[in-house]
Design a protein around this ligand. Structure first.
Ligand code: DAH
Length: 344
């Protein structure tokens, strides 16, 4: 009996000093098990001693072991609560979010500037009722030149240095070739837009052997140059902002008569004169004109009944003006530092 109460005291002491050493709730759990595990626990083992106790001492022994058990449980509960509070505090500390920190920048892909301008143009023209016709990049000499009133040996052929694939086939130098395909297939009214890549043997800061154009063609009864001017005003205001106006200057293209060069009032200096417009207040943006009767006739459209206007826009040129770029190569080098800045 004496021996057993010494054992109880020893266990108490063991628990008391043991809990001081515990570092976390996991250790508490393991330590508690060494005493209270229903089979191997030291206190549970004590209970098994009951049968060796003389009958008159059993009640006291049972009581003492029970008290030890209750005390041990509350002791472990207390240390367990303390450990769990400490652990929760540490976790909250590590999961703390500083809401004043700037958000992480997400890099998202964007459409290429040429595609952005192309889509903007298509949107603007589609709202005016234009349909898109995409021609092919390999053309015949006939569609690219002859049918556009530029027969062999015509001096206007020198305006465009052509990549010939054979005497008959070439890489189209202008989307104007699409005009002929459309007019061959369809009688007026015609209102089409033809975007696409074109190719010329030309290479400097503002020219590239491959670039993108957007052709427009309207053929109907009673069309005049003022319809073209009206449409262009809408176009430039949507692209360069309200207050932008246009100016038509006489020019020459074999497939239009009269032909014009279209300037927009400088959107940078509002016409006062700056570096961008070279002090003139105007910037050249596209070529246009009234469709030459010969071209209509080449496509079997009655030029006495129908008239049309056409225009051709260089998309890279428009993009360079819009985004303030001075070298066309910036559009093709895929330098993310450049491309990331452009998003309309
Ligand atoms: N095809 C011409 C070029 O590439 C641009 C052009 C001018 C197209 C006048 C037209 C037009 O439709 O009417 O330089």
């Amino acid at each position: 009996m004496q021996e057993l109460s010494e054992m109880i005291a020893k266990i108490r002491q063991e628990i008391k000093s043991g809990v001081e050493q515990l570092g976390d709730s996991r250790a508490v759990y393991e330590f508690k098990k060494t005493f209270l595990d229903s089979k191997a626990g030291k206190i549970s083992q004590l209970m098994k001693e009951m049968k060796n106790i003389p009958a008159e001492g059993r009640a006291d022994f049972g009581k003492a072991v029970n008290e030890l058990k209750v005390w041990a449980n509350s002791c472990f509960d207390e240390i367990d609560t303390r450990m769990k509070e400490k652990e929760a505090k540490l976790r909250y500390e590590s999961e703390k979010i500083d809401i004043t920190m700037p958000a992480q920048k997400r890099i998202t892909g964007k459409l290429h500037p040429v595609t952005q301008v192309r889509n903007q143009l298509i949107d603007i023209f589609a709202s005016m009722g234009f349909e898109v016709f995409e021609g092919s990049e390999i053309e015949t000499d006939f569609y690219n030149f002859t049918a556009l009133n530029t027969p062999q040996d015509h001096p206007a052929r020198d305006m465009q240095d052509t990549f010939y694939l054979s005497p008959e086939f070439l890489l189209r130098t202008q989307t104007s070739a699409g005009q002929i395909h459309v007019m061959e297939k369809k009688q007026p009214p015609i209102k089409i837009l033809s975007p696409g890549k074109v190719f010329r043997s030309d290479d400097d800061a503002t020219h590239s052997p491959m670039f993108t154009q957007m052709e427009g063609l309207v053929v109907d009864k009673g069309i005049s140059l003022s319809d073209l001017k009206g449409m262009l005003e809408v176009l430039v205001q949507r692209i360069f902002g309200e207050g932008t106006t246009t100016r038509l200057r006489p020019s020459y293209f074999p497939f239009t008569e009269p032909s014009v060069e279209v300037d927009v009032s400088c959107f940078e200096c509002k016409g006062k004169g700056c570096k961008l417009c070279k002090g003139t207040g105007w910037i050249e943006v596209l070529g246009a004109g009234v469709v030459n009767k010969k071209v209509l006739e080449n496509c079997n459209i009655d030029s006495e009944v129908y008239r049309g206007f056409a225009f051709g826009i260089g998309i890279e040129r428009l993009a360079m003006l819009k985004y303030g770029m001075n070298n066309i190569k910036l559009l093709y080098e895929s330098d993310l530092r450049v491309l990331e800045q452009i998003d309309d």
